[in-house]
Design a protein around this ligand. Structure first.
Ligand SMILES: Nc1ncnc2c1ncn2[C@@H]1O[C@H](COP(=O)(O)OP(=O)(O)OP(=O)(O)O)[C@@H](O)[C@H]1O
Ligand SMILES: [Mg+2]
Length: 390
């Protein structure tokens, strides 16, 4: 979106059609027409098919597949139902036979605006809270925490916008955890980094029915351009302006890109379980992040996952071993987590009343009041009962 509204590019051959459309666009407001030579990504392309419709349709198909515009409207001098069918299959949103019915075009623009308002969070936020989950070892529940915290945040308050980003370089599992079939992954961002803005990102993100916006990682090793520290900085910059919360499943990677996320996130949730190797790793990770200057100690929060009361290592042992307070304790519930993963549903959907789901609701609550005073924090602890008392 430009400063003056939605960016529209007109690619029209017929002068009368051009004049008719311009009149309606100007009358309706909220649109900025992109002049030729302006390389900004249009929110809307209005294209007139020429005599070689096959060629034009192929070109439109590649524009849609490459995700280089927001939406496409078509118009054509010849009214051929076969062309119309093809266009619809491609994902063209509106088709106008000629001569243009201006009232129809006006309604189409209104529908366009409504769709965009629904997909782009309306209030520009500059300060979205970025939360990264980081595993002290593989398999400790880093993805489970990222996914269920994100869902708990979006379900707690529908007016809050939440994005979930998978930074596991390959075979990220978020689409499986939430049973979505994303059209795009972050390879799309790295490929078109020069075009990255709110509109582009909105088109790339996959919307889950809870309202969560998802950016998955590529499912195959297909030579995708890997994210660099710079692309991550740009991505987070845009995302912080669009979302109240950005949750990043960071897996266990400590490459330069991951370290940039460690540096840029507001909170790093270090996920551990009560096992010696994990506690030792947590200790080493915190020291490294702090010594290398990526974080202050108090920006790292320890989350103990899979907690069992009968554990050989107590919460107090863990606190001493890591040398830090424990922030949150998530109970062990293998059956519920496994069945959530296998069904591709969040815990809140399959087992809303379980302790483990309540723990995630409490964790989301803790992030809703990041600046509460000590008295309120104490109240929260008592209310939720899962926060560590160590
Ligand atoms: N609180 C929990 N109680 C019991 N089992 C859990 C809990 N959290 C996660 N699990 C189980 O641990 C397994 C690994 O979970 P998950 O995939 O979230 O871990 P991960 O750290 O992201 O793994 P990876 O290193 O493969 O990315 C899953 O089978 C899940 O069911
Ligand atoms: Mg994982």
């Amino acid at each position: 979106m430009g400063n003056n509204g939605y960016l529209v590019k007109l690619a029209l051959k017929n002068r009368t059609v051009y004049d008719d459309l311009i009149k309606v666009i100007r009358a309706i407001g909220d649109f900025e027409i992109i002049a030729s030579g302006d390389n900004r990504v249009p929110d809307l392309l209005i294209y007139e098919l020429g005599k070689d419709t096959e060629k034009d349709i192929a070109m439109i198909q590649s524009i849609i597949e490459e995700n280089v515009v927001g939406e496409v409207f078509l118009t054509c001098e010849i009214s051929d139902p076969r062309i119309l069918m093809k266009a619809i299959r491609l994902g063209v949103k509106e088709f106008f036979p000629q001569p243009i019915e201006t009232e129809e075009f006006k309604q189409a623009l209104k529908r366009f605006k409504k769709r965009r308002n629904e997909t782009i969070p309306s209030v520009a936020r500059q300060n979205g809270h970025v939360i990264m989950t980081f595993g002290s070892k593989g398999g400790v529940g880093t993805t489970t925490v990222a996914v269920n915290l994100a869902v708990a945040l979006v379900q707690k308050d529908k007016s809050q916008s939440v994005a979930l980003v998978d930074m596991n370089t390959l075979f990220g599992e978020i689409p499986l955890f939430l049973e979505v079939s994303p059209k795009f992954h972050w390879g799309e961002i790295t490929k078109h980094i020069d075009r990255l803005d709110n509109t582009f990102l909105t088109n790339v993100l996959t919307k889950h029915h809870t309202g969560l916006h998802i950016l998955p990682s590529p499912a195959y090793l297909n030579g995708h351009i890997r994210p660099t520290p710079d692309t991550i900085s740009q991505l987070l910059n845009v995302m912080k302006g669009m979302f109240d919360y950005v949750i990043i499943d960071g897996g266990q990677s400590t490459d330069d890109t991951a370290l940039r996320i460690v540096e840029l996130s507001d909170t790093l949730l270090l996920i551990t379980i009560l096992s010696l190797p994990c506690l030792a790793n947590s200790n080493k990770l915190i020291s490294s992040f702090v010594e290398l200057g990526y974080r202050h100690k108090d920006q790292i929060k320890i989350v103990v996952n899979r907690y069992m009361k009968k554990s050989e290592i107590s919460l107090n042992d863990a606190k001493i071993g890591i040398g830090e307070d424990l922030f949150w304790i998530i109970p062990n519930d293998y059956q519920t987590t496994m069945s959530a993963i296998n069904q591709g549903k969040p815990l809140s959907k399959i087992a809303p009343k379980t302790q483990i789901n309540k723990s995630f609701e409490g964790l989301a609550e803790a992030f809703s009041y990041p600046y509460t005073n000590e008295k309120q924090k104490k109240k929260l602890r008592i209310l939720k009962g899962f926060r560590s008392k160590s």
